[in-house]
Design a protein around this ligand. Structure first.
Ligand code: NAD
Length: 355
């Protein structure tokens, strides 16, 4: 992989590698763009097929974080960390402590929080080494798990999608297929079930899917079948790159909107959805509730205010859909356009302040 070429093409600033012999930590932090403000992004704990796959994950996710902050109007840059899960790790706690020391060594240039494979307890361990971490358990004085708020934002986004596609935001009677019954997927299932949505769910972990089905009266399908479920909304809440030239032709939905990061395998996949008449609710707009919530303290906002900001994702998406129709572009293109425009405005006003 030509790392510097990728970083040049995508505007990345810094890629940090850390290996700690004692704990077995193998961590990568990617800082995409710190010019809007302190770079923030969650830490993912996951086994990867190769080191290259882990690097690409960090690079792609950090870029998406920049757009997520810009799209939500928050003055932060995008970053992301991955910790490679491997057999040589004996103590999860020691790995996260070691990662905390790495974060601390960056002296506030990077702040982190929960992501796939990590939880508020891991954040509490990181917090023993650095203050640049969000989402430690409420009982320990932190913000707590952002996932319910992320799911709230996704739910609001789905309402905007339903209104556009069906002329009403009513969830009752609509069929929603949820891929991934983890932190976000389960909470999303709860919101939709409460509003009378009919749910179909899948998870690689059969037990996880069964548990969600039991709680919210859903039907379980296997992870491959979920793409072909005839539904109103397909909600990806697992991992990224699941919308691609192999899966998009199989979709039988009117709307795609879910919590997962980097759902499109490639930018052209957003166009493919558009051309198939599927309304795509761009991931970094619809799933911004978590960062809106986690940064509320930093921004001098109360918890309650951040919930209201999250509900506003409904209006952000309505506006985005209007732009996409007016400009005759895919919603994925409209979202990137909006985020890049805001970043350019910020950079302009910053250089004026400097002058
Ligand atoms: P999680 O690890 O709690 O849940 C993910 C679930 O997806 C797991 O149960 C896993 O078994 C399942 N899964 C993985 N691959 C699958 C597949 N191919 N088919 C079906 N199920 C599969 O993670 P989470 O916190 O719920 O996050 C889910 C997604 O949302 C991730 O992409 C994450 O980056 C994104 N996200 C999360 C938050 C948050 O607040 N937690 C915020 C923004 C974005």
């Amino acid at each position: 992989m030509d790392i510097f070429k990728y970083m040049t093409e995508h505007g990345h600033e810094q890629l940090i590698f850390r290996h700690d012999q004692q704990s077995g930590l193998k961590a990568i932090i990617s800082i995409h763009d710190s010019s809007p403000g302190v770079a923030l992004g969650g830490v993912r704990y996951k086994a990867y097929a190769s080191e290259e796959e882990a690097i690409i994950d960090a690079l792609r996710l950090s870029e998406a974080m920049t757009y997520k902050f810009a799209g939500a109007g928050l003055n932060h840059g995008g970053a992301k960390a991955v910790i490679i899960k491997h057999e040589g790790i004996r103590s999860r706690k020691e790995v996260f402590k070691s990662f905390g020391r790495l974060v601390e060594s960056l002296q506030g240039r990077f702040g982190t929080g929960e992501d796939v494979g990590t939880n508020p307890e891991d954040m509490a361990v990181i917090a023993t080494e650095t203050k640049h971490v969000f989402g430690i358990p409420e009982a320990l004085g932190g913000e707590g798990d952002p996932s319910p708020i992320t799911a709230l934002g996704v739910y609001q986004g789905i309402r905007a999608g339903l209104e556009e596609a069906f002329g009403s935001d009513r969830v009752a009677g609509k069929v929603i297929a949820i891929q991934g019954c983890g932190n976000v997927g389960r909470h999303l299932a709860r919101y939709l079930h409460e509003q009378g949505g009919r749910l179909v769910v899948s998870d690689l972990l059969e037990e996880q899917a069964q548990q969600t089905a039991k709680e919210f009266n859903a039907t379980v399908v296997n992870p491959e079948q979920i793409y072909e479920v005839a539904c109103d909304v397909f909600a990806p809440c697992a991992l990224g790159a699941i919308l691609n030239d192999r899966t998009i032709p199989r979709l039988k939905c009117r709307i795609v909107g879910g919590g997962a990061n980097n759902q499109l395998s490639d930018a052209v996949d957003g166009r493919m959805l558009h051309e198939r008449g599927i309304l795509y609710l761009p991931d970094f707009i619809i799933n911004a509730g978590g960062v809106i919530f986690l940064t509320h303290g930093l921004r001098g906002r109360s918890r309650a205010e951040s919930l209201e900001e999250t509900k506003n994702i409904y209006h952000t998406l309505k506006n985005l859909i209007e732009i996409s129709k007016r400009e005759k572009i895919a919603t994925s293109e409209a979202a990137l356009m909006l985020a890049r425009r805001r970043l350019a405005q910020d950079k302009n006003s910053f250089s004026h302040q400097q002058a």
